[in-house]
Design a protein around this ligand. Structure first.
Ligand SMILES: Nc1ncnc2c1ncn2[C@@H]1O[C@H](COP(=O)(O)OP(=O)(O)O)[C@@H](O)[C@H]1O
Ligand SMILES: [Mg+2]
Length: 260
């Protein structure tokens, strides 16, 4: 289960982000990066952030702690910026937030950042499994903090859920986009990472993660699929993609070999 905190102060927007994330203080005195449910990308981005993020954590990757953040209607009332005021108004209720890592920098090979082979391989496996196109040189979405790697920004993962009816067809996608993964040059141990991933992602673990998604978020998805069906659909996708994992593992290993 995730913790729930209450927003107490909108601190500053993170202008680089396309999803209008911001740093917000909460009643536990922590600072968080909030993904607002009222942002243009909609509820599916929050669901992807939560599901992929917790899968990453289950795989042993350092995803910053994810919490639910309650936003009260009153929070944005005195915000001078119109856009922010509207965003906060549209986001009252439960939002998703990540622990803010102060002083972290974006992973950058040009600045001589490197990655351990085991970790890079697991990250590549994870992004192949969750079909996350958002970890490239242009946009690493990988923070370096106290010299360790922290994957962030999983809102664009699970692209199958944007076209729910055709999700079965995406289960055994090789995910050729892995060729642009920023950690691919270091990912020498993908087969080993795959074996570890299969041990960690048991069905109870996946079920536990799918159960964290609030009913209210699943209800907010446009279309007439009920909450139980949505939940079952996510679980089925994760379980079946694990069974079909050879297809994206071979693709990633091939892409790594072509690089070097
Ligand atoms: N947990 C965090 N700690 C510190 N900075 C963060 C954190 N999460 C995001 N950021 C910063 O905010 C930016 C935008 O966040 P991100 O999750 O990538 O959103 P977007 O979907 O808008 O790209 C990131 O590029 C990073 O610089
Ligand atoms: Mg980003």
């Amino acid at each position: 289960m995730l913790r729930t905190v209450n927003a107490t102060r909108y601190v500053v927007p993170l202008r680089e982000g396309g999803s209008l994330p911001a740093i917000v203080e909460a009643d536990d005195l922590g600072l968080y990066v909030v993904k607002f449910r009222g942002a243009g990308q909609g509820i599916l981005a929050l669901i992807a952030e939560l599901l992929a993020g917790e899968i990453g954590r289950a795989l042993g990757l350092r995803v910053p702690e994810i919490v639910f953040m309650e936003i009260d209607e009153a929070l944005g009332r005195n915000e001078p910026d119109y856009e922010i005021r509207q965003l906060l108004k549209a986001s009252s209720g439960v939002n998703l937030a990540l622990d803010y890592l102060p002083g972290s920098t974006m992973f950058d090979p040009a600045a001589r950042d490197t990655a351990p082979a085991d970790e890079a391989s697991m990250m590549v496996w994870f992004d192949g499994y969750t079909q996350n196109i958002d970890r490239t040189a242009r946009n690493a979405n990988l923070l370096v903090w106290h010299r360790k790697l922290y994957p962030i920004d999983h809102g664009a993962a699970l692209f199958f859920h944007h076209d729910w009816a055709s999700r079965e067809k995406k289960i055994d996608s090789p995910f050729a986009e892995i060729k642009d993964h920023i950690l691919l040059p270091w990912a020498k141990e993908i087969a080993k990472a795959a074996a570890i991933a299969h041990e960690k992602l048991t069905e109870p673990v996946l079920r536990g993660i799918v159960e964290i998604v609030p009913d209210a978020w699943l209800e907010a998805i446009p279309g007439n699929v009920n909450v139980a069906e949505r939940r079952a659909g996510y679980l089925r996708f994760f379980v079946r993609r694990l069974q079909a994992s050879a297809v994206f593992e071979e693709e990633a290993i091939g892409a790594h070999c072509r690089l070097i």
